[in-house]
Design a protein around this ligand. Structure first.
Ligand code: NAD
Length: 296
């Protein structure tokens, strides 16, 4: 069924996501602050609006894919009064759980419906239509939005009520950030002890140390030929985005009084790495910072 969709934020992720909605037969009206993004979106069949407020007029569904919670809350303040009552707002940005809940409440207070639906899968997944969506919201809103999300992703998971999608996203990425640091520290320790990286990989990848950071995104070149380490650490998943997600997790850890020492430390280490020269490199490049700090 064709849905009338307003899509705000047509950047690296939102651009290809909107294009996949058009390919699936939806009527997509988009807006972005960057003229280049608007040009690319128009080439993909998106109807370009003159403003975000103009884009939402008459839309059944409003999708946002923006940099931060501040962007989402500020834009919602403009959009909520302009949209038809009962519009379904879907925020796919990665933002604080608290901001996601505030955005949801603002939408409901204005007579609308809302879900949070952050994604994993990166720019390549957005282009291929293979993203994973983690959705927080009511059963009925999930049922309405699931077929729309299927045009952009291959796994759509209903995680619970409002904020649950963001919670799932940051908890997963906290595991990932901590495990990448653990794997990287083990390789540097192994090197200092005279182990080859291949020997450690052969043991750990088939033993209790095995995890995605080791067996798929291995931080040292060699053992996993497709990992970014073999391609000058080109992302992949950039350290700047890992730093962002770990800081969102750290906010939630502090807000909820969780004793997550490693999550907080991982946020510190990735913040320092991303603010140095690592921000544009794949997050597995943190192994090089650990090696340098170890004098190896
Ligand atoms: P991006 O910076 O490429 O795109 C964001 C876009 O939002 C920009 O084009 C910007 O001009 C636009 N924008 C900002 N304010 C706006 C407004 N008021 N109205 C209309 N447009 C506005 O960022 P991205 O890489 O597409 O990421 C978007 C979100 O997705 C972020 O929250 C990010 O954390 C998350 N995310 C990114 C990736 C990734 O690999 N890039 C993966 C998963 C999740």
């Amino acid at each position: 069924m064709s849905t009338s969709i307003a899509f705000l934020g047509l950047g690296n992720m939102g651009g290809p996501m909107a294009a996949n909605l058009v390919k699936a037969g939806h009527k997509v009206t988009g807006f972005d602050l960057m003229p280049d993004s608007l040009t690319r979106a128009a080439e993909q069949g998106v109807t370009v609006a003159g403003s975000a407020v103009e884009a939402v007029k008459g839309a059944d569904v409003v999708i946002t894919m923006l940099p931060s919670g501040r962007h989402v809350l500020d834009l919602y303040a403009d959009l909520l009064p302009a949209a038809t009552q009962g519009t379904l707002f879907v925020d796919c940005s990665t933002i604080d759980v608290a901001d996601a809940k505030a955005a949801h409440q603002a939408a409901v207070d204005a007579g609308h419906r809302a879900v949070d639906a952050p994604v994993s899968g990166g720019v390549m997944g957005a282009a291929a239509g293979t993203l994973t969506f983690m959705v927080g919201g009511s059963e009925s809103d999930f049922a309405q939005i699931e077929p729309v999300l299927q045009a952009m992703g291959k796994r759509i998971v209903h995680c619970g009520q409002d904020g649950a999608g963001q919670a799932a996203k940051i908890c997963n990425n906290m595991i990932l950030g901590i495990s990448m640091i653990a794997v990287s520290e083990a390789f540097v320790l192994g090197e200092k002890l005279g182990l080859t990286n291949q020997a450690l990989f052969d043991v750990a990848s088939a033993a209790s140390g095995q995890c995605w950071a080791l067996t798929t995104n291995c931080p040292v070149p060699g053992p996993v030929p497709t990992s970014p380490a073999n391609n000058d650490y080109r992302p992949g998943f950039a350290s700047a985005l890992m730093s962002k997600d770990l800081n969102l997790a750290a906010n939630a850890v502090r807000d909820n009084g969780v004793a997550a020492d490693l999550g907080l430390r991982a946020a510190e280490l990735y913040t320092r790495f991303a603010e140095g020269d690592g921000g544009g490199q794949d997050f597995s490049a943190i192994v090089n910072a650990i090696r340098a700090t170890s004098g190896a």
